[in-house]
Design a protein around this ligand. Structure first.
Ligand SMILES: Cc1cc2nc3c(=O)[nH]c(=O)nc-3n(C[C@H](O)[C@H](O)[C@H](O)COP(=O)(O)O)c2cc1C
Length: 346
């Protein structure tokens, strides 16, 4: 975070924004990526307390917003401290995207993010997610309609093209910007690559050179050094971190995982598990916590047998006892007594 050069020692310096989404200031240049199954409200909020500067929901199907509203609501809950808060939508149908965005606007997010990156066959195969990249004219129409119909900014998350022969990221990003798009996040792989090969950071630099709106770089940021590396190589305004942030919220503090003590890890495990139990209830909160736990414990020296015991434990109290036996002391106020989906704050 940058600070203005305030010479008056009696007043604290005003923090200055790292970049803006429309006229919304964003303080901080690292952002937790939307990740279905991981960046849910508890983990989003935890990462914000560590320095992630924006909150994205996971991708939400516009059809579900229109037909199964209640089911989509939990993913769209947020704390006031989580602003700027972006709700991410995906679909291939222009009218449905607009109708869903208008409905979502009632929840008062700070922006609506259009997913143009999902590579799965189920989504991209029907022209949604990365499937939209094939048709920049359609992107232009969608963004124009959203921009002229909504009161909040439109952002997008893209890949760099459908495949190696159609890396049309400049057509896509220009169509997005020219029609009112306010910020773009770029996962620097094609749809064909899915998660294979290496993210091509040079494409992020190319987009940054050609656009005036903020550009968030994404793909293969695995370490604290990579954060600065991506910024320096591309000039991007922000850095989005996905897989490397799972089990490692300290990356947003620009601290190395190997420097985190057992005590600090235990405190974060306590807070994260407590938030999961409050949000999802017991036992769902514990069950969903397991995949985070695997990642938290990856760098720790724990036998396969002990890991297995932990990951199959269905009682929260036993789970905490197991962890204590391994030297990780969690303190939860009321481990078994949480209600779940009791709303925020957790
Ligand atoms: C398990 C998982 C779920 C994801 N879900 C979403 C999603 O809902 N919306 C989205 O835009 N990207 C999603 N992504 C893509 C990430 O946001 C990110 O672009 C990608 O993981 C590359 O960044 P990384 O190398 O830092 O992981 C997902 C990725 C993973 C691994």
């Amino acid at each position: 975070m940058k600070f203005s050069n305030n010479m008056d020692k009696s007043t604290p310096p005003e923090p200055s924004a790292d970049f803006f989404i429309g006229n919304i200031p964003v303080f901080g240049d690292c952002v937790l990526a939307p990740m279905t199954g991981f960046s849910d409200p508890p983990y989003r909020f935890l990462c914000r307390t560590f320095g992630s500067s924006l909150s994205y929901t996971v991708f939400i199907n516009a059809m579900d917003v229109l037909d199964k509203w209640e089911r989509t609501l939990p993913d769209m809950l947020f704390l006031p401290q989580e602003r700027p808060f972006l709700i991410q939508l995906f679909d291939n149908d222009e009218d449905r995207i607009l109708a869903a965005a208008l409905k979502i606007q009632q929840l008062k997010p700070d922006a609506i993010d259009l997913n143009m990156g999902c590579s799965t066959r189920r989504v991209s195969g029907r022209g949604a997610g990365a499937g939209l990249l094939k048709d920049p004219a359609k992107i232009a129409r969608i963004v124009h309609r959203l921009h002229t119909s909504l009161d909040i900014p439109i952002t997008a998350k893209i890949r760099i093209g459908w495949d190696q022969d159609s890396r049309n990221y400049l057509d896509v990003t220009r169509a997005f910007e020219e029609n009112g798009g306010a910020m773009i996040a770029v996962h620097a792989r094609t749809r064909e690559q899915a998660y294979s090969g290496q993210a091509d950071w040079e494409t992020i630099a190319d987009i940054k050179r050609n656009l005036s709106i903020p550009v968030i770089g994404n793909g293969d940021v695995r370490s604290v050094e990579d954060i600065q590396g991506l910024k320096t190589e591309t000039g991007c305004d922000g850095v989005m971190i996905g897989r490397a942030a799972v089990g490692n919220p300290w990356i947003f503090q620009r601290r190395r995982r190997e420097d985190i003590s057992r005590e600090e890890l235990s405190t974060v495990l306590s807070n994260h598990l407590a938030a999961m139990l409050t949000f999802y209830g017991n036992p769902k909160g514990l069950e969903l916590f397991r995949k985070h736990l695997v990642r938290y414990l990856e760098p720790e020296n724990i036998s396969l047998h002990d890991r297995r015991t932990l990951l199959t434990q269905s009682s929260v109290s036993e789970f905490i006892l197991n962890l204590a036996g391994l030297g990780y002391n969690l303190s939860l106020e009321d481990p078994e007594g949480t209600a779940g989906l009791s709303g925020l704050p957790f």
